[in-house]
Design a binder for this molecule. Structure first.
Ligand SMILES: *Cc1c(COP(=O)(O)O)cnc(C)c1O
Length: 458
């Protein structure tokens, strides 16, 4: 058998095993099984390699998380060392470990002032789920146990556990499990391109923020626990708020004594050009969730950061806090997170995302604005989105699933760009160079041209 035939046989075997036994997240199982999943075997820098030898530029950093790129020896070494020295021990039995202790201190230095206490979990969903328990407990300690309602936004993504999916506002996430749970409500989100029409974006930002005030008044502030939001909405379509939005949200939360939880799972660790999205947008959160970029995805790890108000209340509760995971503060995950922070700091990745590299990425993104099927481009730091439209003036969309069509053209031409409805999204590794950004946008333009041709718009 030739080598090529052997490779393709091996790929088919993996695809068959996978199709038979592996339930894929957010996928039509039978449809995917029929097509066969692409088998990713290794990765280096900003590139993925599949089992058939294709080299694919990962314009999404995996799932928005591989800040330092793939194949970093420093992270592998740190994980290996921890695996040998202390592969596991819990943090329940009045015990800690060097990695977890050091990571808390490092996080306190880069998070907004006053965020000094961290609870560790294993995923963004668990962090947000834990946050809901923490905030309910906080209000109970304040003698206000009736403050139980969590207000979040349409198109929000906060994860998939029962509670995190209830916080999420992507409507397709609810019906299969009969969600949202009680005490979860959703308000409008600041999608100016989708809903702002002819209005001034800044005026629109204030108007949408005031939906929070209206909802609080409707529910009664005495019943509302917190407002929960991503600084930039990610999985819901990369919605970048007008500048006026967050200051108004800060004001409203303070006025009605509603806690503010920033879900920094995507925006954290440099993605928007500062350590956290809260820095970029002047958000004043009481608590934050972080995950993804915390380890660049090399290990599962998340945290809930607590500001002084919530942190001190739990710290001084005078009783045992009934919460925690077997793997909370996992030594290997924390060791990898520390090595990840070392790389980010040594290579100035946050400064680059907010400076030279981010600026260059945004410039190249802007150059796509004149493409015949693009109605708007928007971005911040190393995040970028493009709206696919039939008519630039009226923002009218094409019939059918244009996003998927474009995504498939990307994938077939060795670029990962994500489609969210009619929005194409980019979130490349923070280590991307200018030359690699050029390559990325050359590939993106090719995929857009092919999409336009299919749609008869070229
Ligand atoms: C990915 C994501 C989550 C969920 O994280 P998981 O690790 O997949 O549970 C939560 N919030 C935001 C903003 C996310 O992007």
């Amino acid at each position: 058998m030739s080598q090529a035939a052997q490779i393709s046989n091996q790929t088919r075997r993996w695809q068959e095993m996978d199709a038979r036994h592996h339930m894929h997240p957010f996928s039509d199982q039978a449809a995917l099984a029929k097509k066969g999943a692409r088998v990713i075997t290794h990765a280096e820098g900003i590139y993925l390699y599949d089992s058939n030898g294709h080299k694919i530029l990962d314009g999404m950093s995996g799932l928005w998380c591989v800040q330092v790129g793939y194949g970093r020896q420093e992270l592998a070494d740190a994980g290996y060392k921890a695996l040998k020295e202390l592969p596991y021990y819990n943090t329940f039995f009045q015990t800690t470990n060097p990695y977890t202790a050091e990571l808390g201190e490092r996080l306190a230095k880069i998070t907004p002032d006053g965020m000094d206490r961290f609870f560790f979990a294993n995923s963004g969903s668990e962090a947000n789920d834990s946050m809901v328990k923490i905030i309910r407990y906080f209000w109970s300690l304040q003698g206000k146990p009736e403050k139980k309602v969590f207000i979040s936004r349409k198109q929000a993504y906060h994860g998939v556990t029962m509670t995190a999916a209830s916080l999420s506002g992507i409507s397709a996430m609810h019906p299969q499990a009969g969600l949202p749970l009680p005490n979860h409500v959703h308000i409008d989100h600041p999608d100016w391109y989708g809903y702002g029409g002819e209005s001034d974006p800044e005026e629109f930002g204030v108007r949408i923020a005031q939906k929070l005030e209206e909802k609080i008044l409707e529910l009664g502030a005495e019943n509302v626990a917190a407002f929960v939001a991503e600084p930039v909405q990610g999985a819901g379509g990369l919605i970048i708020p007008p500048k006026s939005y967050w200051p108004e949200i800060n004001r409203i939360c303070k006025k009605y004594d509603i806690l503010l939880h920033a879900d920094e799972v995507i925006c954290g660790f440099g993605r928007t050009g500062n350590w956290f999205g809260s820095h970029t947008y002047g958000i004043q959160p009481d608590t934050m969730a972080m995950a993804k970029g915390m380890t660049s995805g090399y290990q599962p790890l998340s945290a809930v950061a607590l500001g002084p108000r919530v942190g001190d209340a739990l710290y001084n509760a005078g009783e045992e806090w009934s919460h925690g995971f077997t793997y909370s503060g996992h030594p290997v995950a924390c060791a990898v997170a520390l090595a990840n922070l070392d790389v980010m700091e040594k290579e100035n990745l946050v400064e680059k995302a907010g400076g030279e590299i981010g600026t260059y990425f945004q410039k190249k993104l802007q150059e796509l604005a004149d493409h015949p099927i693009i109605g708007q481009v928007r971005g911040v730091g190393l995040l970028g989105a493009m709206e696919l439209v039939k008519d630039k003036k009226t923002r009218e969309r094409f019939e059918g699933d244009t996003g998927t069509l474009c995504r498939d053209h990307c994938f077939n031409n060795d670029l990962v760009m994500r489609a969210i409805g009619n929005t194409m999204v980019l979130s490349p590794p923070l280590v991307i160079t200018k030359d690699e950004i050029d390559t990325l946008f050359t590939q993106a333009r090719l995929a857009l041209d092919l999409t336009a041709k299919d749609l008869g718009a070229a």
